[in-house]
Design a protein around this ligand. Structure first.
Ligand code: AMP
Length: 447
């Protein structure tokens, strides 16, 4: 399948070619034709699948196909949960629309409103916005919704998680009833389905890369450690594996700040990114991470969502998320575009329940690894038998008996334990940075 065959017009094909894309991604193949045909769509797709081009390209084509009565009145509205995602989506609008006469703008909170008002007053065809700032601007009479033809709700599940449902409902009431609706969400839990029923008209359902398929592509390890040792273990992993670009997830904003400071102190360039940081600080941290000045970016789940960082070689869960699906989102940040990614989770005694929940959701037991000198006081037993034992699942899990690439090849600080039982380590090696010693205990592999 080529972009040409999807029915895209010449100015868009040129922009796509200049961007270097040779073929459309699966979500683009599935989403572009129905959007061009004017249909509503409900798409299950995560960041990293190419979903942005999946809606931006056909929107640009639809808007350029007929000239409006008044040029540069807002005809397409794209709503995203976070500032970063909004900025990235608008960048895509600019990139793919560079050979078309359409104008766009992005508005989000946390920055001055006046430059946004100035941009809006010049007229825009496509507006990308986060919900709160969009409503502010509407109340100030700076945006009009009466000519909206296309609405996109991007990462709708995250908008609900972040409590934007009331803002979204208020915005929906202000839009013309006759319009095309495109809804993207990583998951379609009940709450989202309810929302879609009230918004979408006879939608085409599009689904690519369900979460479990993502999890399959990523090599994953669990490092049982004492909570107090987590920072030291992370430092050791970064140094010994010579990681140059690693995204580390922290459950809390405070934890993210603290960890970034500890890493800096240890001589590892690090930055934290979360909702309490100013927009300027977040933009700088992301830019420094992308250009290699910052080796470790510590992020909360919400801040990390939608960050466009291509092909991360590895991610680390400094804490496990409370919601297992967030684990799947986190590890989905690595191993993109067919490359095998790696995900490392540091698990302390208080997180065993979260780990068990995760292993149930991904239907897989994760291999336990230990770092010399940091064996924990607690054991992290394998989860209880899977809730949904399946013949297929068994076959799949067998594959994970083999040691993942990289493990035990000298790059890792430690070795996995054998599968002799559930014993705790008999002796503790206190040689930080030392090599592995014979390992004992639960292998943590499938059974
Ligand atoms: P998204 O899921 O929209 O955040 O896109 C993830 C990344 O994939 C972005 O860096 C895009 O530039 C890139 N991308 C989108 N479409 C394609 C494509 N057809 N071929 C290669 N890369 C793409």
């Amino acid at each position: 399948m080529t972009f040409d065959e999807l029915g895209l017009a010449a100015p868009l094909l040129r922009a796509v070619k200049e961007k270097g894309y040779t073929e459309p991604s699966p979500i683009q193949v599935e989403a572009i034709p129905p959007v061009l045909a004017g249909r509503d769509i409900m798409a299950a797709a995560q960041t990293g699948t190419g979903k942005t081009a999946g809606f931006v390209l056909p929107i640009l084509q639809l808007l350029s196909a007929h000239a409006p009565a008044h040029p540069h009145r807002t005809r397409a509205l794209i709503i995203t949960p976070t500032r970063e995602l909004a900025a990235q989506v608008q960048e895509s609008v600019v990139t793919y629309g560079k050979h078309l006469p359409l104008k766009s703008a992005v508005v989000f909170g946390g920055v001055k409103i006046n430059p946004q008002i100035t941009a809006l007053r010049k007229g825009v065809d496509i507006l990308v916005a986060t919900p709160g700032r969009l409503l502010d601007l509407y109340q100030q009479g700076e945006v009009r919704f009466n000519e909206i033809e296309i609405l996109v709700l991007d990462e709708a599940d995250r908008m609900l998680d972040m409590g934007f449902i009331h803002d979204i409902r208020r915005i929906l009431k202000l839009l013309p009833a006759r319009r095309q609706n495109l809804l993207f969400s990583a998951t379609f839990a009940n709450e989202i389905r309810q929302l879609t029923r009230s918004i979408l008209h006879d939608p085409v359902e599009v689904e690519v890369s369900p979460p479990n398929a993502t999890a399959e592509r990523v090599e994953q390890w669990v490092y049982p450690v004492d909570k107090k040792d987590k920072s030291a273990v992370l430092q050791q992993l970064v140094k010994e594996n010579d990681w140059q670009q690693v995204l580390v997830f922290s459950r809390t904003k405070h934890g993210a700040n603290k960890l970034a400071q500890q890493l800096e102190k240890a001589g590892i360039n690090a930055a934290a990114i979360h909702g309490n940081k100013s927009q300027a600080a977040r933009t700088k941290a992301l830019a420094d991470f992308k250009n290699g000045k910052v080796r470790v970016l510590v992020a909360t789940d919400i801040a990390a969502r939608g960050l466009d960082i291509a092909q991360l070689p590895q991610v680390v869960n400094f804490d496990l998320p409370n919601v297992p699906e967030d684990y799947v989102h986190r590890i989905g940040r690595t191993g993109r575009a067919g490359a095998a990614g790696k995900a490392y989770s540091l698990v302390s005694a208080d997180e065993i329940k979260q780990l068990n929940d995760i292993e149930h959701v991904i239907q897989r037991h994760l291999t336990r690894e230990y770092v010399d000198g940091f064996e924990p006081d607690h054991d992290v037993p394998a989860s209880a038998p899977m809730r949904k034992p399946q013949v297929h699942g068994q076959a799949r899990m067998q594959q994970h008996h083999k040691r993942p690439a990289g493990a035990g090849d000298g790059k890792h600080t430690s070795r996995g334990r054998g599968s002799e039982g559930h014993n705790r380590p008999q002796q503790r090696s206190k040689r930080p940075g030392g090599r592995s010693r014979p390992a004992l205990g639960q292998g943590g592999n499938s059974r």
